[in-house]
Each structure stands twice: as structure tokens, then as C-alpha cells.
Design a protein around this ligand. Structure first.
Ligand SMILES: [Zn+2]
Length: 100
């Protein structure tokens, strides 16, 4: 399978799509979420990149949409989940993401 590369909105580093966190503005509701079809932006699973994205509203600017604090909260959860795998929704969404 061909590897798709995407660019992190914070540090501009290019990495395989599967290594990055994906944030999507879904169609047609324009709601910003972490899965679904629509305009997407990518972020390294690193606290420095997420912190910068949050501070500078990189996600909101790229998506031209309002990114709710809940989305950032879930992204932070993704980061802590990569350190220690804990049960629940985080693991489930990680599996769903790898299937795509
Ligand atoms: Zn980055």
C-alpha cells in the first residue's frame, strides 16, 4: 500500500498520514471533529505541536471553522494515550483510525 504523507499544521513537518492526528471539518454540518469525511488538517502527536496549534488557533484557521475546547481536550487525551494505553473511547477511536 502506498504511504500518504501529510503536513503538520504546527511545525510543517511532513509525516505519514497514519502517524499524524487528523482533525476534520465534516460536510455539510461544518462541525469540527476527529473522524469523518471532510476538510482535514493534520497534527503531530506531540505536545509541542498541539500546544502551538491551540495557542495560535492553527486548526481553526486551516479549517475556517471554530474548534471547540472539547476537540483540544480529546487531542490531549490522544497524546496521553500514546504514552500509556488506557481503556475506553480513546483506544476504540485509535482502532477505528487505523482501519481507515
Ligand atoms: Zn508538528
Amino acid at each position: 500500500m502506498k504511504t500518504n504523507y501529510r503536513r503538520c499544521v504546527s511545525c510543517r513537518k511532513v509525516a505519514p498520514k497514519t502517524d499524524l492526528l487528523r482533525i476534520v471539518r465534516v460536510f455539510p454540518s461544518r462541525a469540527v471533529q476527529l473522524e469523518g469525511m471532510g476538510r482535514s488538517v493534520y497534527l503531530c502527536p506531540q505536545s509541542s505541536c498541539l500546544e502551538l496549534a491551540q495557542k495560535k488557533d492553527r486548526l481553526g484557521r486551516s479549517l475556517k471553522a471554530v474548534v471547540s475546547p472539547e476537540i483540544y481536550q480529546r487531542l490531549w487525551q490522544h497524546l496521553s494515550a500514546s504514552d500509556t494505553i488506557v481503556g475506553g473511547t480513546i483506544v476504540e477511536s485509535a482502532i477505528a483510525e487505523s482501519v481507515k
